[in-house]
Design a protein around this ligand. Structure first.
Ligand SMILES: Cc1cc2nc3c(=O)[nH]c(=O)nc-3n(C[C@H](O)[C@H](O)[C@H](O)COP(=O)(O)O)c2cc1C
Length: 329
């Protein structure tokens, strides 16, 4: 049985969980109502349950996914997914076989987003029901080492018939068709759904991404979580990434040492408001609607390469319709 049939999905379109409060119940529910699979991004366990239940209430009878950003996951997050009876858990940036088993026992399907063949093998050995093959064009945090369409066939070969979704740079129906033709069971899109009305990103963050002429792979916004990420430029990257895209070496060292602290920090930080352009110790927390405008220049504007090709903010249902236009016909 295909992934679509198993989940009762009408369209092979999955919205990526966008962390730090960017994809809550409204976005996930709108995508699921439109025939795709909406994903609630990770929150604190208490808020996670609340957002998941709200997403369920806003899209009755539709499938729903939840994102587990593994460096931050505690047993209470897994319990939250189970108590909200989500259909799919999407793991990213780490492994936890016991969590896979716990989710399976509760009837939750597990997909692992991976960036290379070793990670794909590990995810499958842990019992993943399918893979998400992330390519270098992707926005947000990166495990990817290859272009999306270079990695996809390799992931499909390893998956041996289990479904593989393509992630990275896919923003229109042409990209979806290309992924399906290359063996993908569907696509996972982040940047396209960042640029929707229901996404909780700060309006200026969305505007900057819409106008971005390039993106940067950096380590600048790594205080508390030292990991590569792709962002659109802002004043902080202009200042600190001009000489070296990753950011200054001394900052990288501080960020690397801050790892254990980060695991204890909330993902959506009030600290984002306190960050200064002149002191480059930036957390991964993004700018949300309601924060002061200046925050947009001191927080990561996560966005993928497709930012250059997306020209408008759409209701999420229209984004799903645009991605799936003519697909399957
Ligand atoms: C704004 C933004 C936030 C993201 N946050 C997360 C996250 O919290 N968890 C996760 O698994 N992936 C996250 N991602 C990465 C996506 O899962 C996916 O790899 C990526 O969006 C695919 O590439 P695309 O942006 O070109 O569609 C994020 C991506 C973006 C653009």
């Amino acid at each position: 049985m295909s992934l679509l049939e198993r989940l009762g999905l009408e369209l092979p379109i999955v919205q990526a969980g966008l962390g730090g409060g960017l994809s809550g119940a409204e976005l996930a529910a709108a995508v699921s109502r439109a025939g795709g699979l909406g994903t609630v991004g990770i929150f604190s366990p208490v808020r996670f349950v609340a957002e998941l239940r709200r997403a369920r209430a806003l899209s009755p009878g539709r499938p729903l996914a939840a994102n587990l950003l593994m460096p931050f996951v505690r047993p209470a997050h897994v319990a939250a997914l189970i108590s909200a009876e989500v259909d799919v858990a999407i793991f990213f940036y780490g492994f936890n076989r016991a969590a896979v088993e716990r989710l399976h026992a509760a009837g939750v399907l597990v997909l692992h987003q991976v960036g290379n063949e070793a990670q794909a093998r590990r995810a499958l050995a842990d019992g993943a029901d399918g893979l998400i093959a992330q390519g270098l064009q992707a926005g947000g945090h990166l495990l990817a080492e290859l272009d999306t369409f270079a990695f996809l066939p390799r992931a499909c070969a390893l998956a041996e018939g289990k479904p593989v979704l393509a992630a990275g740079g896919i923003h229109d129906a042409q990209g979806v068709r290309r992924a399906l033709a290359a063996g993908a069971a569907g696509v996972l899109c982040g940047t396209r759904f960042l640029l929707t009305e229901e996404c909780a990103a700060h309006p200026l963050y969305k505007q900057r991404v819409l106008g971005a002429e390039r993106t940067i792979e950096t380590l600048l916004f790594s205080f508390g979580w030292y990991a590569r990420h792709r962002v659109a430029p802002n004043a902080s990257t202009d200042r600190w990434c001009a000489a070296r895209a990753a950011g200054p070496r001394a900052v990288a060292l501080m960020n690397r040492l801050s790892g254990p602290l980060g695991r204890r920090m909330p993902l959506s930080l009030p600290a984002a408001r306190l960050q200064l352009r002149s002191l480059p110790l930036y957390s991964p927390a993004p700018a949300l609607a309601g924060m002061p405008d200046r925050v947009v220049d001191v927080t990561p504007l996560y966005a993928g390469e497709s930012a250059r090709a997306i020209h408008e903010i759409l209701p999420a249902a229209e984004a799903v319709a645009e991605l799936s236009r003519g697909v399957g016909s």
